[in-house]
Design a protein around this ligand. Sequence first.
Ligand code: SF4
Length: 606
Amino acid sequence: MARFHRLLRINLTRRETRIEEIPGEVELRFLGGKGIGTYYFFKEVPPGIDPLGPENKFIIATGPLNATTAPASSRYEIVTKSPLTGIYLDCNSGGHFAQEIKATGFDLFILEGVSEAPVVIYIRDEKVGFIDARDIWGMYIYETETHVRNMLGDPGIRVMSIGPAGENLVRFASVSNDYSRQAARGGSGAVLGSKRVKAIAVRGTKDIPVRDLRAFTRVVERAREVIFNNPWVSDQRNYGTPRSVIPVNDAGFLPVNNFTGGHLDDVSSIDQYAMDKLVVQRLSCGECPVACAKGYRRGNIGMEGPEYETIGLFGPNIGVMDPHEIAEYNYYCNQYGMDTITAGTLIGALLFSGVVGEELGREDGAGSVSGGKGKGNDRESRRRIVLELLGKITYREGIGGILAEGLKRVGDEFGISYHIPQVKGLGFPAYDPRVSEGTALVYMTADRGACHLRSWPIGRELSGILPADDLRKKVEFVVNQQNDKAAEESLIVCQFPYGIGLLDDVLAELVNEATGEDWDLKKMREVGERIWNISRLFNIREGITRKDDYLPEKFSKEGLGSGPLKGKLIDREVQDRMLDLYYELRGWSRDGVPQESTLRRLGISN
Ligand code: SF4
């Protein structure tokens, strides 16, 4: 019920497939999505392998609620080793792909090996086809998706694909589905590119049986009530993620000029009201009553978005306040198949560390960028530089060959590590972590590097629910919410509608009525903790220690440059105290290694 208890293993080297059973014990210990994906990933990916080599695996995991009528349950999870950070990576995406791939009759898909030539994998229930993709290698994302749908002649097909950035192994290339939806962070697109998989097309016709349809439908109704009683939802429905621009700016943690300032006097050209005027269509992921996605169109540019992260990082972070200009950068990142967060962070660092003009114009064979003199302050010259940089990164032309290697390499190469906002190689999202100790700790300890989606303490810190002087309470909150969110990503549901990062009882009821299993919040939280420890073990195997769990030096030395929090920083001593508390609460050693007793308690064998 609601699970097929089996996985599909696809060996690209031999073009073979194998169906395997997923043991019930694994389902009960790991729930689904992120959990079961992480379980297989840790078991099957040996230490020290090249993320872009044949030994890396690309795992697509669904959850017990996918393809049911559970609200906001149309997300899938990818687990792989990141070519950007060299550590654990999981990322997920909405749209409609998750429902379709689950309905093929499998809960999990493991891609391994490398295809000799570019290929489209076509999964139609149990049937798997390998279609020559040489003639579409090089195609942009939107054209690829349309081409694959037309080629297979079935309008019900859903497509996951990579663009030229993934093909050229740009270490922050994304995977796209439903045109504008992205599993963007950490370079999953480059992993698919290294396996020469241009696209995965899926068509599932299986029903997803639930234990008792009437009872399940009643819980679905209750879940919808929970969603519509969430005061946060109506603004999300009306404005989508751009609604964050004003509160983030008011509180003083908007990324401005490569994370120097935190506030601008006027954000009215890029706030939710300005962005709303550009909306041409309201869109939604499958089975979602919130429908927060917004369609944009201008000239030949049409897409979903821009979302808040892209607005922040391709907006104030690089000195841009024109929403159409932001949308243009967003569109090219989408078409190339590239993470807008990493690209925006990288370009911000280049523009504001003095590299543009001094380094990008150099004539040593590394390539030049036209108009690259003068740090890109002039509006049209900046626009030309940014578009040219995105193209050069995608095709690894000249200087783009270095930039495509990601933030750490760029920092080393140009001597600008101090200016690069990253933890473990993953660029900061559009929130300056100096805003609060909790936010800093979230970036410091997230399993895949600097990530805002693992916990969101800031609201409670700013409102005083988490007292300013009580570091332990803040750390406790982050630990608990990291566990909750790992469980949420195992279900796998969208984090927005149920209350960000909050597990609600109704989710356990949904799983129980769908699967006939016996979940409650305590058990789901324990799954989250188990996942968190396994991803840490993987990262330790790859050389991660306490030394990697700090913010970059700049954020402990320079205060926020503007806004109500002007001057605030997170000094190293505070970071140390937080790490001590964090490790203690997690049952890890002072160097951040899970203790034997913790692993035993969670039933993990290393
Ligand atoms: S809230 Fe928005 S992102 Fe989440 S499932 Fe609904 S439409 Fe998709």
